[in-house]
Design a protein around this ligand. Structure first.
Ligand code: GTP
Ligand code: MG
Length: 463
């Protein structure tokens, strides 16, 4: 079960970001109904996001090809849940240095570990499971396809009545000051994988953290912890995502004029699509409700920005400070304005709370199209490819001006044979048969690569 938001020593600096309503008696009394969630963190960024979420008491597993990346989380995540994915081909590598294709190969090599995590009781029994990943990198991004195939198969057993699967992804997108094409290629390839999983209804919501948006916002308003240390923008973004997720997860606990119940929240989170979360806690009086709702969805998105069109599902929550007068018409009005604006089915929560000082609004939309940052990333990628080609040309020119062309093939590229790194096998030698006409000599072929497939359901999956 979730730990109390009031007496939780693991929260650390995250505590400062949480909405005060999480520490209210209304919420604390109902904590046993808090939607149970489990987390699988892939790669370094994914591991950091996951660890931030683990502070609430959510069971959390980390998988990474770099052991040292995960060491930073040893105080919060036990060793048996920090799982190292090793590569036989590249035993010395820790991470992929932003090579998502290599990340995919390593994940495939380690698929038994991903199956093992998917089959843990924590993942099987949670009401919702999140996989977390940074799409700019190689290890986590490359692992997405493998991890999600198994997670989805397992979570399908807990599908909602409409068939949607309570499994989502939280992913970060690189910011504009991360240099080079590889971050962007990785990110766009990752988005393509995710979109396909959505189209196949293998996952529900995907929550994007736009590192560009967070960086710009954070530059204006950096956070200092109680002891005065500054927090870097990426750690801050992980805290923001953790706090907003806890806040929206608490909505079903709020009692009031209109209740967004747990089934509705899980149905929203399990709808395949890109989840946008908006928040406004600066309203002291409502003078123009329609305007406030418009601003909430258009200008108060917390983690990434979206075009407000093509929406699959929506929800709005309004929390009043206790003692504030609530107009009897409010539920009808909020419902009407929001469903007109979003043009889709809308869930509604209207409640009062003893700890909030201002009115607090939350808005959720599940969008068919991803964040507008994707279009920018595509443009940035085109520019980087052009720039890198120019750099390559300049490099060639510089080297040809040395006049050493006759040595160009001295270290021939044919020597670079990846397969050559492992031990030589009988089948490698058999390839030489034709060259030396040893055809009549027969060796018994025993190809260890053709292992018999295991019987478990997961083994039959085609990734
Ligand atoms: N939001 C967020 N983004 C992060 C964080 N750490 C790294 N990133 C982003 O993640 C990308 C780099 O990916 P990593 O997570 O370092 O990569 P990886 O999965 O470990 O894979 P390798 O490339 O093999 O190391 C960059 O775009 C970073 O901006 C984090 O804590 N939060
Ligand atoms: Mg790494």
């Amino acid at each position: 079960m979730i730990k109390s938001f009031e007496n939780n020593n693991s929260l650390g600096a995250l505590s400062a970001l949480l909405s005060p309503h999480l520490k209210s008696k209304e919420v604390l009394d109902e904590l046993d109904r808090f939607p149970s969630q489990a987390i699988v963190g892939l790669g370094q960024g994914g591991g950091r996001i996951a660890t931030e979420l683990s502070r609430f008491g959510f069971p959390t597993f980390l998988l990474n090809s770099s052991k040292s990346d995960m060491e930073e989380h040893k105080r919060l995540i036990s060793e048996d849940r920090r799982i190292v994915t090793k590569s036989k081909l590249y035993p010395e590598l820790e991470g992929t240095d932003k090579n998502a294709q290599l990340g995919y190969d390593i994940a495939t090599e380690n698929k038994e570990l991903y199956k093992m995590v998917a089959l843990t009781p924590e993942i099987q029994n949670a009401e919702f499971v999140w996989a977390t990943v940074s799409l700019g990198g190689g290890t986590g991004n490359g692992a997405l396809k493998v991890a999600l195939a198994y997670l989805s198969a397992v979570r399908k057993k807990r599908a909602l009545p409409d068939g949607n699967i309570p499994l989502g992804i939280i992913c970060s997108l690189p910011s504009s000051d991360e240099k080079g094409s590889s971050f962007r290629k990785n990110a766009l390839a990752g988005v393509a994988v995710i979109q396909q999983l959505m189209n196949e209804r293998k996952i529900g919501n995907v929550l994007i953290i736009d590192n560009e948006k967070i960086k710009n916002y954070y530059a204006k308003d950096p956070l200092k912890t109680y002891n005065g240390t500054e927090i870097d923008a990426k750690s801050y973004s992980n805290m923001v995502v953790a706090s907003i997720l806890a806040e929206i997860s608490s909505l079903p606990l709020l009692d009031g004029r209109s209740v967004f119940d747990k089934t509705e929240l899980l149905a929203t989170l399990s709808t395949p699509g890109w989840l946008s979360i908006s928040k406004n806690n600066k309203v002291s009086e409502i003078d123009n409700l329609e305007h406030t709702i418009h601003d909430l969805f258009n200008d108060s998105e917390v983690l990434a920005e979206y075009e407000l069109s093509n929406i699959a599902a929506g929800a709005i929550a309004v929390m009043y400070p206790s003692g504030k007068n609530i107009s009897p018409k409010i539920a009808d009005d909020v419902y009407q304005y929001t469903s007109n604006l979003l043009n889709t089915k809308v869930n509604l929560s209207i409640s009062t709370n003893s700890k909030v000082e201002n009115l607090t609004f939350y808005g959720l939309t599940v969008n068919h199209t991803p964040s507008v940052r994707i279009t920018q990333l595509k443009e940035e990628l085109t520019e980087w490819i052009k720039l890198e080609e120019e750099q390559e040309r300049a490099k060639q020119e510089a080297s040809s001006s040395l006049g050493l062309d006759e040595f160009a093939d001295f270290f021939s590229s044919e020597r670079k044979n990846h397969k050559g790194r492992g031990e030589i096998s009988l089948s490698d030698l058999n390839e030489l048969d034709n060259t030396f006409e040893l055809g009549e000599v027969s060796f018994k072929e025993n190809d260890s690569k053709n292992e018999k497939s295991m019987e478990e359901e997961l083994d039959d999956l085609d990734i």
